[in-house]
Design a protein around this ligand. Structure first.
Ligand code: HEM
Ligand code: HEM
Length: 346
């Protein structure tokens, strides 16, 4: 009899555990205190009113390989909008087939990052856009040459006039960057996670919700938060345990190069995780191709915890809900060169 009672009690316990809702009842509320859904309209950016003409010009510039010295590389070469806004290479290939030092982050939703680049060294997208054009390993061009190239094509001059109405000399390197920023502000990708945050319970599966709950409980969200589930703050990569030099190469000290403060050695911006399932390989070194492996590394490096396979699988299920609807970008037809267009070099 006693035996029977024990087994009934055990059965009851097991049933209760089994039938209990594995998803916390207040999950959405908790999530909303940490994350924010994408806005449904194009966000405003500082000091750069966004107009349809500016967006169209920015799109042309984003796709124009003549902005690089060689005439080979456009922004889209490394931030391919057909493949998640990045190049899916360990580190990017640029001018003269050189391999750059870091993995290319996606340009999608970048407008919501607190600052641009893995180390946050550009304050916004207009500051950022001036970097790759001049970087020796990327487009290897100069502002003067970019402006000369643009001015050599009457169609571009017209487009700049329309985008920067009333300006006496609208074809400038500053305006080049502003137009690109305006286009990039349109590259936003609403995802199932946004639908869930906005109240649609069916937008995520139970596993994905469990993964979200784990992402919050384990502490991932203490660094990966806000609209982009990251991209908002800086932390040491290897806060608890430094990954090996195969994942965290010793020569790239991250924000140390920006602030020159010893505390910023190996400090990087918590990576924005929207569309992360599309943007392998991972980390600034681009050394990790598998998302489950990247999550497991975060567990040991940032939380000091070995996540088990089930936990990693659930967290990855949640991360998949960050894959959004890609913006529909029609391929622009670009102005033709003229006799005065600088010829490709290098
Ligand atoms: C970083 C846009 C050209 C490779 C970025 C970021 C943006 C961007 C928005 C920062 C994203 C973030 O921090 O999350 C552009 C634009 C370009 C351009 C508008 C054209 C003007 C290129 C090219 C290459 C490239 C041609 C490859 C040759 C990279 C790399 C990073 C980066 C490696 C990370 C660099 C670091 O953190 O130090 N780009 N990009 N980009 N881009 Fe580009
Ligand atoms: C990068 C997920 C916890 C800070 C990443 C990446 C993923 C990820 C997938 C790579 C993204 C990419 O390369 O595009 C997670 C998960 C976590 C977690 C699932 C919890 C298990 C944390 C915590 C912190 C943090 C707690 C801060 C203490 C960072 C930083 C990077 C990063 C700084 C960039 C590393 C680099 O420079 O390559 N995270 N993360 N993460 N995460 Fe986490």
């Amino acid at each position: 009899m006693k035996r029977l009672l024990i087994s009934v009690a055990a059965l009851l316990l097991a049933t209760t555990a089994f039938s209990a809702d594995p998803v916390p009842a207040d999950l959405r509320e908790t999530a909303l205190s940490t994350f924010k859904p994408l806005p449904s309209t194009i966000p405003a950016v500082a000091n750069n009113p966004i107009t349809p003409d500016k967006i169209a010009l920015g799109k042309a510039l984003f796709f124009d390989p003549r902005m690089s010295a060689s005439g080979v590389f456009s922004c889209n070469s490394c931030h391919n909008l057909a493949t998640g806004g990045d190049d899916n290479l360990e580190t990017s290939i640029g001018h003269g087939w050189q391999k750059g030092p870091r993995n290319a982050p996606t340009a999608l939703n970048a407008v919501f990052n607190i600052a641009q680049f893995w180390d946050g060294r550009a304050e916004d997208l207009k500051a950022q856009a001036k970097g790759p054009v001049q970087a020796g390993v990327e487009m290897a061009n100069t502002p003067t040459q970019v402006v000369a190239t643009l001015k050599s094509m009457p169609q571009y001059v017209e487009w700049f006039k329309a985008a920067f109405l009333g300006e006496e000399d609208p074809v400038t390197f500053d305006n080049f960057a502003k137009a690109i920023e305006a286009f990039e502000a349109t590259l936003i990708t609403p995802a199932p996670f946004d639908a869930y945050l906005n109240g649609d319970d069916a937008a995520m599966t139970i596993e994905q919700k469990q993964g979200l709950a784990l992402f919050i409980d384990k502490g991932c969200s203490s660094c990966h938060s806000g609209i982009n589930v990251g991209g908002e703050g800086y932390y040491p990569f290897g806060l608890i345990e430094k990954p090996g030099a195969d994942v965290l190469p010793e020569n790239d000290k991250g924000r140390f190069a920006v602030t020159n403060t010893a505390d910023d050695s190996y400090v990087f911006r918590a990576a924005p995780l929207r569309n992360v399932a599309l943007t392998a390989p991972y980390f600034h070194s681009g050394k990790v191709w598998n998302l489950k492996q990247a999550v497991a590394i975060m567990g040991t490096a940032q939380l000091g915890e070995e996540l088990n396979d089930e936990e990693v699988t659930l967290i990855v299920a949640f991360l998949n809900t960050l894959t959004g609807k890609m913006p529909e970008v029609s391929y622009p037809v670009l102005p033709a060169e003229t006799d005065s267009t600088p010829r490709p070099s290098g």
